[in-house]
Design a protein around this ligand. Structure first.
Ligand SMILES: Cc1cc2nc3c(=O)[nH]c(=O)nc-3n(C[C@H](O)[C@H](O)[C@H](O)COP(=O)(O)OP(=O)(O)OC[C@H]3O[C@@H](n4cnc5c(N)ncnc54)[C@H](O)[C@@H]3O)c2cc1C
Length: 468
């Protein structure tokens, strides 16, 4: 029997796609930058089936690329162009919520549940699941944990890693690590779950996760502040925190990004006169309506106006105003694509270094690519500003990339020099392996390779990703 027939027999034909047309959608990443040639797409529906599939793949020497919503941005979810024969192992059919427990403030979801489904289940149980990012309708629990996703609420609730109580993982040889715990304190040895979070499928397949829930927010207050400089934005962040404004999100947005959203977005209204170069989109929230969040935020904004750090502020009066501000932020990536090709980045620096970071990147652009436009918006509250170098009119993406091939690396280098990271929330995948080699210490790389060797001695789990 040809080897792939054993997989079809084990999983059933509907769970082992082998026709070219069925495989094609899984052979390319979200941005259409990375392409691979998987020999099959496996779609197990239960943990035992994942285990069976992995042990069969190990026996036949077939590499495995786990896949969730396939929204990751670094080429992690397609086989490498020159890698070994690989099957995609999609978790999309493992989409059951196994348990929701409001008293434990926990929820157990299978890896193929979308982040939005988890949010909705939490809401239905009178609780709140805070992970929130643009692709949450498609991104799945297994993928979000494997990339340690961040998003706009990291400031208050942490990254995906901080939201995990326990995991169920199938190892490369088919053994199941059942660590699906809900306990909040557990010092019984190494916290193994953290190895698999952020590992981008290189160490095993996450099949389910026990996730933390939080009390629902009973009130939200949203504001936009026009500030003169990133340093003034930083001061406003500190003012809000010191005032007890219960921040949920604090985003920094450059004026050009708002203008792009106004030009290309649908039904977006200009929220205020765009008289300064930088804007802060601030959201605060509390679990009880009596907590004086609005007063605290008002106080911080008034003090910033008084000090001359803010030129103008809008504190939303209703949901329509609030939605308009978030539409500017959230539709910007799509609007930017319509405006012109861009070279995106995903790096982080300590929050206090954001002004220096922006200054250094602006100087670099002025010196090397003065024809490009520095677009900047992102999560000021956690130091992760997404900078992009936008092409001048008339250039294709390929032409612009050819003119500025090392822009992303240069921004990563600046971030690392300022004590930050060349990869903030999107991971390494194939795209940043060279940066890993450049920036990670030899000791760190040795340890990572040793862990990889222990958990995946045949090198069959998502080969060619993460490790240089
Ligand atoms: C419009 C848009 C906005 C985005 N905004 C943000 C943002 O604000 N913050 C942010 O952090 N990211 C963001 N992203 C990136 C992306 O959505 C996240 O990285 C997300 O967490 C990926 O989830 P996924 O299910 O799509 O994973 P996939 O792309 O399917 O997989 C990602 C990686 O995880 C591995 N993997 C998938 N499932 C498993 C599993 N069950 N077990 C083991 N390994 C697995 C894959 O092999 C791959 O290496 C955005 C992407 C888009 C397209």
């Amino acid at each position: 029997m040809p080897p792939l027939d054993a997989l079809t027999d084990a999983l059933g034909p509907a769970a082992c796609l082998r026709a070219e047309a069925d495989i094609a959608p899984y052979a390319v990443d979200w941005r259409g930058v990375f392409r691979g040639t998987p020999v099959a797409v496996l779609r197990p529906a239960a943990t035992a089936e994942v285990a069976h599939a992995l042990s069969l793949c190990a026996q036949m020497g077939l590499a495995v690329v786990p896949a969730g919503g396939r929204t990751s941005l670094c080429g992690a979810v397609v086989p490498g162009a020159n890698g070994p024969a690989s099957a995609i192992l999609s978790l999309e059919r493992m989409n059951r919520l196994r348990d929701v427990d409001p008293l434990d403030n926990s929820l157990v979801a299978e890896a193929g549940c979308t982040i939005e489904a988890v949010q909705n289940a939490a809401t239905d149980a009178g609780r709140f699941f805070p992970l929130h990012f643009g692709a949450q309708g498609s991104a799945m629990v297994g993928g979000a944990l494997s990339t340690n996703a961040g998003g706009i609420r990291t400031l208050r609730y942490g990254n995906a890693r901080d939201l995990v109580l326990g995991l169920e993982v199938v190892l490369a040889d088919g053994r199941v690590l059942d660590d699906l715990r809900r306990v909040r304190k557990d010092n019984s040895g190494y916290a193994l779950r953290h190895l698999f979070i952020g590992a981008e499928g290189t160490l095993g397949v996450i099949t389910a996760a026990s996730l933390k829930l939080f009390p629902k927010l009973a009130q939200r207050e949203t504001a936009l502040a026009a500030v003169r400089t990133p340093l003034d934005a930083l001061r406003l962040l500190a003012r809000c925190q010191e005032a007890g404004a219960e921040l949920v999100a604090f985003e920094l947005i450059r004026r050009d990004c708002i203008e792009v959203a106004l030009r290309h977005g649908q039904n977006i209204r200009q929220p205020m006169e765009l008289s300064t170069e930088w804007f802060c989109l601030i959201e605060a929230g509390a679990t009880h309506p009596a907590i004086p969040v609005r007063a605290a935020l008002e106080g911080a904004l008034a003090a910033a106006l008084e000090a001359g750090e803010a030129a103008d502020v809008v504190l939303c009066e209703n949901e329509a105003q609030r939605r308009n501000l978030w539409d500017i932020r959230e539709t910007y990536p799509d609007c930017a694509r319509r405006e012109a090709p861009g070279l995106p980045t995903d790096t982080a620096v300590p929050v206090s270094r954001i002004p220096a970071f922006l200054e250094r990147v602006a100087a670099l652009i002025a010196q090397r690519w003065p024809e490009g436009r520095m677009m900047a918006l992102g999560h000021m509250g956690d130091g992760n500003i997404h900078l992009s170098l936008m092409a001048p009119p008339g250039l294709t993406h390929a032409e612009w990339k050819a003119r500025a091939p090392d822009f992303e690396d240069a921004v990563g280098d600046i971030s690392v020099e300022l004590g930050g990271s060349f990869s903030a929330e999107h991971g390494i995948g194939q795209a940043k392996r060279a940066a890993m080699a450049r920036h990670k210490s030899p000791v760190a790389l040795d340890l990572m390779r040793a862990i990889k060797g222990l958990l995946d001695p045949q090198g069959m789990m998502n080969p060619g990703k993460v490790l240089p």
